[in-house]
Write a protein that binds this ligand. Structure first.
Ligand SMILES: *Cc1c(COP(=O)(O)O)cnc(C)c1O
Length: 441
């Protein structure tokens, strides 16, 4: 698979072409588009012979993408460092013999959600891209819940790098707030008196502030960063390979989706030749994507709050990458379908699957479980289906526990976070206050 240096281009068509490190460092293309690979290497299953762990599969899968980049020789070390926890595939108990339903567990990382994969990979790359004698870098993240915790965990304790998390005061759950504020050391958390959109605006303003940037080197770790998306293709590759080796057939995925990063990663793995069948996007009541697939018109709208809050996205940015991969709507609909699920169905699914399968889903995973449960029996039998379990239910006890009328067991990684004290500073949604806060160290 060695060949030409890989370049990345923007989805919006500017002429700029960048290598891997530079695309990661910039985050967003200069024309406002998202970086995508200029060419797609094609793998066969046998290219992965002897590779089983996430790190082994990841090293081979990602090698062509870092070809010609300063990180090329370090990709093995990066994936071993980032993927130091497992992503097991298990059979869901109790489904009928002629139906295959599995769950891919992505919540074994430090903050018990799949965003740990991308955040840890990006941190491992940034650490190596940064010159040892360069000024410290401050990663600014606005978060509505899950992202900030994963990014904070991934960068916590790394020298030369700091993280500043901005979250809307009173608008994240108590459990989420704790995961944003329990770090200390090189991680600071600001509770902003405002909404998530205002937090995002503050981050944008900070990036645009020349005086601040003279004083601090700022960077971002947005979910649209290539360095968060590409590593997510690794667990789809490893899972579909393991399945194919055992069962000699592709695996189809039902993915709880919001901003579509996880789904695009799966489609990228498929594009690279991995044995992946259909991809179903399981959305909550934010139905921009299901409406687009059924009507062919892209009509982004304001997001609405649901029980699966990490998927409350009305204008998913990674749609740009999905349409870039499938410019033809008919072709897109051959491979991808999308369904919207209301809160009442999420509640019902959490209760019912606890009773019939003994499974306790997080509210996001429950959206995928509902999509499977409401498929026709024919469609259920036609493919080997895999629910992507994006988070541990222990992150959302406020939603899940009343429904199952019991406690959810807390994984040890989360329990350790709950033991740490919470520290944060409160600020108005103004750049001036953020600047004062940032300079106070
Ligand atoms: C972020 C998140 C999602 C949505 O993932 P996207 O990549 O934005 O589509 C789903 N579930 C959980 C638990 C999340 O944290």
């Amino acid at each position: 698979m060695t060949g030409n240096p890989m370049r990345f281009r923007s989805t919006r068509g500017s002429q700029q072409r960048l290598g891997f490190s530079e695309a990661l460092w910039r985050g967003l293309a200069e024309d406002g588009g998202l970086y995508v690979p200029e060419t797609w290497p094609l793998f066969s299953v046998s290219d992965f012979d002897g590779a089983e762990s996430l790190a082994e599969v990841g090293e081979r899968l990602l090698a062509p993408f870092v070809e010609g980049d300063p990180l090329a020789t370090q990709i093995g070390a990066i994936v071993r460092e980032a993927f130091n926890f497992s992503a097991p595939l298990r059979q869901v108990r109790g489904t009928a013999d002629d139906e295959i339903l599995t769950a891919l567990e992505l919540s074994n990382g430090p903050t018990a959600a799949f965003k740990d994969f991308g955040a840890r990979f990006l941190a491992a790359c940034f650490q190596r891209i940064r010159k040892p004698d360069a000024a410290p870098v401050n990663i600014l993240v606005a978060t509505s819940g899950d992202t900030g915790g994963a990014v904070a965990a991934a960068f916590h304790g790394r020298s030369g790098m700091a993280v500043t998390v901005l979250f809307p005061k009173g608008l994240v759950s108590p459990t989420q707030q704790h995961q944003l504020t329990c770090w200390g050391d090189n991680v600071r958390a600001f509770a902003v008196r405002g909404t998530f959109d205002e937090c995002q605006r503050l981050v944008k303003e900070a990036f645009g502030d020349a005086a601040l940037r003279q004083h601090q080197q700022l960077s971002s770790a947005n979910s649209i960063n290539l360095g968060r998306l590409l590593p997510q293709a690794v667990y789809y590759a490893a899972t579909s390979l393991a399945w194919y080796r055992k069962r000699d057939r592709p695996l189809s995925f039902i993915i709880p989706s919001g901003n579509l990063g996880n789904a695009v990663a799966c489609l990228w793995a498929r594009q690279l030749g991995l044995p992946i069948g259909h991809v179903v996007l399981a959305h909550n009541a934010n139905r921009t994507v299901p409406d687009f697939l059924s009507q062919g018109e892209w009509l982004p709208r304001a997001s609405i709050a649901t029980l699966a809050s990490a998927m409350d996205v009305g204008n998913p940015s990674n749609m740009e990458r999905m349409r870039d991969l499938f410019p033809d709507h008919v072709r897109l609909c051959d491979v991808v379908s999308a369904i919207s699920v209301e809160d009442s169905a999420i509640r019902h699914r959490i209760r019912e699957d606890r009773a019939r399968f003994g499974e306790v889903w997080c509210p996001h995973t429950a959206v995928a479980a509902e999509v499977w449960a409401t498929m026709s029996a024919e469609r259920r039998r036609a493919e080997a289906w895999c629910l992507v379990s994006t988070a541990s239910p222990a992150k959302f006890p406020e939603v899940v526990e009343p429904l199952i009328e019991g406690r959810v067991s807390v994984p040890e990684t989360l329990a350790r976070l709950f033991d740490r004290p919470s520290v944060f500073e409160e600020i108005d949604a103004s750049l001036e206050m953020l600047k004062v806060g940032l300079k106070s160290r």
